[in-house]
Design a protein around this ligand. Structure first.
Ligand code: NAD
Ligand code: ZN
Length: 360
């Protein structure tokens, strides 16, 4: 069966592009004059001047997404309740997300839950969302996850010990506004950890067996751009911030099946609460026997950008924790098959997986 691929509706990129957001939203306001807009801002923007440059009408909804922890089914359900209470039976004229992967994913999930019954956990998986979500806009302020273009929205399900997205065409944004000025304030470490998520997505996909020619083209270009950015002298120059936005956009379009990094990374996020980008870095740091070339490039990037990765993150855990790390990783069957084939459990035995975690 061939996949019928959905891409984002429209996109815009360039320094200062944010100034055009009001114009982009105007037709939505005119088409639905009795319906408010709902804005999601990463909580970082509570303290900055960004809000002054964006027109949020008095009667629009303004919600801050707490990104101290990454989205969980509970955090999404709780945000959905708040948004529903605000909307009081109305549909929003548009949903607009300002932030990184956590904020964009929260907006994507809430969107699906405004038009579909039940809770966030009911839609973790593939193509479970039945009704189209309201029109939604992404304004990424942190580059790397590719959430701005991907068809997934990732949540941790604590009850099931699972990190899984709402994979659906209805999760895809209708409009993306990319203004590289917005990433200037990202702390250097965070910029690196999230930025290399694109590098990881693309090499894991390209190294695997589940591929198609169009996705290959996006992934190859996005991979090359991340290498240019992170092997350059200053990864956060104006030019490189724009380049990384483009890489993230393309990486999201290439979001296919990953390999070994993401399953181990998911284990770290679920069991130890380590954020996605950093968890990927820990995972690749011990996967040299599977990805020797990629690990070497990654180590060069760390060195070039002077980013440290403290050792010992999984040292001295309890047996229960090591078991949980194994379970939360090995459950990701498709990516593991993508890299290692059907017999992946012969290679990734429980002892082997725990040994990898201990080496981090
Ligand atoms: P994030 O959204 O969690 O943000 C990380 C930190 O950066 C936060 O403290 C935030 O306040 C800060 N920040 C964001 N923009 C800023 C700015 N302009 N200036 C200063 N600080 C800023 O980080 P992320 O790595 O983008 O997202 C991680 C989440 O994305 C995880 O939940 C992960 O699973 C998910 N993810 C989703 C996809 C997808 O396709 N949907 C793909 C990969 C990862
Ligand atoms: Zn990722």
């Amino acid at each position: 069966m061939y996949q019928n691929v959905k891409n984002v509706g429209n996109y815009m990129i360039g320094a200062g592009a944010l100034a055009q957001l009001d114009d982009l939203l105007l037709p939505r306001r005119n088409a639905m004059p009795d319906n408010p807009m709902v804005f999601f801002f990463d909580r970082f923007f509570e303290r900055t001047g960004l809000l002054n440059t964006v027109t949020v009408d008095e009667w629009d909804g303004r919600f801050f997404v707490d990104t101290k922890d990454e989205p969980t089914c509970e955090s999404v359900d709780s945000m959905t309740e708040k948004v529903k209470a605000f909307l009081n039976g109305r549909q929003p004229a548009a949903l607009i997300a300002f932030g990184g992967g956590s904020t964009m994913d929260t907006c994507k999930c809430v969107g699906n839950l405004l038009t579909n019954p039940g809770n966030a956990a009911d839609y973790q998986g593939w193509d479970l969302v039945k009704n189209p979500a309201p029109y939604k806009v992404a304004v990424p302020t942190l580059s790397g996850t590719g959430s701005e273009t991907s068809r997934t929205a990732v949540m941790i399900n604590k009850e099931k010990g699972l990190k899984l997205g709402m994979n659906s065409d209805y999760s895809v944004f209708d409009q993306v506004v990319m203004d590289p000025k917005l990433t200037a304030t990202v702390p250097r470490d965070q910029y690196f950890y999230t930025g290399v998520d694109t590098f990881m997505h693309c090499f894991e996909y390209l190294d695997g067996q589940f591929r198609n020619a169009i996705t290959d083209a996006y992934a190859e270009k996005a991979l090359a751009l991340t290498e240019e950015v992170f092997l350059s002298d200053e990864m956060m120059s104006d030019k490189n911030r724009e380049k990384l936005m483009i890489a993230s956009y393309k990486g999201g379009l290439a979001a296919g099946t990953v390999g070994l990094v993401h399953p181990l990374s998911a284990g770290l996020s679920i069991v130890l609460g380590i954020h996605h980008g950093l968890a990927n870095c820990y995972a690749l740091s011990v996967l040299g026997e599977f990805y020797p070339d990629q690990q070497k490039i990654f180590n060069d990037m760390l060195k070039k950008q002077n980013i440290s990765l403290p050792k010992g993150v999984c040292k001295d855990l309890t047996n229960d924790q090591y078991n949980a790390l194994y379970e939360a990783s090995i459950v990701h069957e498709k990516p593991l098959i993508n890299k290692l084939g059907d017999k992946y459990k012969d290679i990734l035995t429980k002892e082997k997986v725990i040994e990898l975690f201990k080496a981090m």
